[in-house]
Design a binder for this molecule. Structure first.
Ligand code: NAP
Length: 433
């Protein structure tokens, strides 16, 4: 005898939603066998109901709120995008006891707390594997597989657009604007690329990862953020000469302050990464996340971080979990927020800097520049001079120091007569020196 179907509402039929519907429809028998009951799509919400959307027209609606509220909908898949509308829809579904699967990192990075509270109250599930790094399973491993371990660091490349741009600049020597335009032509960058290139998307994902890894609520506003729009082809050239490349990293880390207080850091910025670091060889639109846990050691997750089908894979994995819970009466993992750790300001984080500056052709330049570093107890690892005359460039790489001391040093360098122009400042990650 066939079990009672589980009703699914799909909100959105764009890149991700259309793949979710296609895979669900094509593999309906497999889904039924894996869950124990068939999944039935009760409706699909879109803005534009007209035209051939490749799905039965009677399933389409432009009223997502009505669809979410229907009695025969047990699980809601939210793949709309945006924040305000999905927030209302997801909350309304959870309050009615319907489980929700969402791929919406922007929503979660602001409102996970509110949504998780609603899910807990109504004993519904809230799953969001697809919100971080597309197809790559990283949310579930952190939340469940590593639930018995202590995670100290999660660092990764979690934005495919910026990784595509930086990899292409590294490979071709082309400048940022030209490479961004090419990324747009190839469909790797959106018409308005701000969320990607200025690091907002990666910051949302960092907030989600830090919340799970450190059992603490972290929102996008807690994440220090810098984008890649100031990276030049010269930076990538210099990176190569230092046996490094440049990657936009999302870093979530447990730290101990000089006073012995435990804090967390969540930050996103482009950084020099040594070529022998596992993240250096993650190229193109691929994503990777490295997790360091006390007992497990270092784990690395790699794969496609975006795209309709890869993201749908993560959504559907969650859908199977939520449907099994509906069928057997179980429940997914609840939000774990007991640690309530404070987020340290960027200035307190120990980092290494690479500073590239154009200097005057005068005697004593090196000594004057070095004095600014030593005044703030910043020790220099290497200094290189490139070229000569007033076009000479000095490249300084420091040892680890408080980020505040490093940024103050850079500000003071800009005031020196011997420094014509500080061309570039980047942090160096993946080393501990
Ligand atoms: P998309 O291609 O822009 O599709 C959005 C869909 O939602 C469209 O079908 C649109 O309808 C519908 N929609 C939007 N607002 C609506 C509203 N107010 N009422 C009814 N329907 C509405 O977006 P996507 O790329 O699939 O992304 C969806 C979500 O997945 C986003 O949260 C995104 O961050 C996340 N995500 C995407 C990827 C990816 O690779 N694309 C990866 C990871 C996570 P119309 O078709 O009629 O316009």
């Amino acid at each position: 005898m066939t079990s009672k179907p589980i009703g699914v509402a799909v909100l959105g039929l764009g890149n991700v939603g259309s793949e979710v519907v296609r895979i669900l429809t094509e593999n309906a028998e497999d889904f039924e066998a894996r869950i124990g009951a068939p999944l039935e799509i009760r409706g699909i919400a879109v803005r534009r109901v007209d035209g051939d959307r490749g799905v039965p027209t009677e399933l389409l609606t432009d009223d997502p709120a009505e669809l979410v509220g229907r009695d025969d909908v047990d699980i809601v898949v939210e793949v709309l995008g945006g924040i305000d509308i999905p927030r209302k829809l997801v909350l309304s579904a959870l309050e009615k006891g319907k489980s929700v699967i969402t791929a919406n990192k922007a929503l979660l990075a602001e409102y996970t707390g509110e949504l998780a509270d609603a899910a807990e109250k109504s004993r519904a599930d809230l799953y969001f594997e697809a919100a971080v790094a597309g197809a790559i399973p990283v949310v579930r491993p952190l939340m469940q597989s590593l639930a018995g371990d202590r995670v100290n660091k999660v660092a990764g490349i979690v934005n495919g657009t910026t990784n595509f741009i930086l990899s292409a600049m590294d490979e071709t020597g082309a400048d940022y604007a030209e490479t961004l335009a090419e990324a747009g032509r190839l469909g790797y960058a959106e018409a308005d690329p701000t969320a990607d290139v200025e690091g907002y998307d990666a910051a949302s994902k960092a907030a989600i990862l830090a919340s799970i890894a450190f059992h603490t609520r972290v929102t996008a506003g807690d994440v220090y953020r810098e984008g890649i729009s100031k990276i030049t082809s010269d930076d990538l050239e210099t990176a190569k000469s230092l046996d490094c490349t440049i990657k936009l990293l999302a870093i979530c880390e447990r730290i101990v302050t000089p006073k012995g207080k435990e804090r967390i850091s969540a930050r996103v910025y482009p950084a020099l990464v040594p070529l022998n670091h596992p993240l250096a060889s993650v190229n193109g639109a691929f994503n990777a996340v490295v997790v360091e846990a006390e007992a497990a050691g270092r784990l690395m997750f790699y794969g496609q971080g975006a795209g309709g089908a890869p993201t749908a894979s993560a959504v559907l994995g969650d859908l199977v979990m939520a449907a099994r819970n509906k069928f057997y009466g179980g429940r997914g993992p609840l939000e774990s927020k007991y640690a309530k750790l404070k987020v340290a300001p960027m200035g307190d984080i120990l980092t290494r800097y690479y500073v590239s500056m154009q200097v005057a052709d005068k005697p004593g330049v090196l000594a004057t520049v070095a004095a600014e570093f030593s005044k703030r107890d910043v020790s220099i690892s290497t200094v290189r001079q490139q070229g000569s005359g007033d076009g000479a460039r000095l490249v300084v790489v420091t040892h680890l120091a408080a980020d505040s001391a490093l940024s103050e040093t850079v500000a003071s360098l800009e005031q020196l007569d011997v420094v014509i122009h500080v061309a570039s400042v980047l942090r160096l990650e993946g080393t501990t020196v």
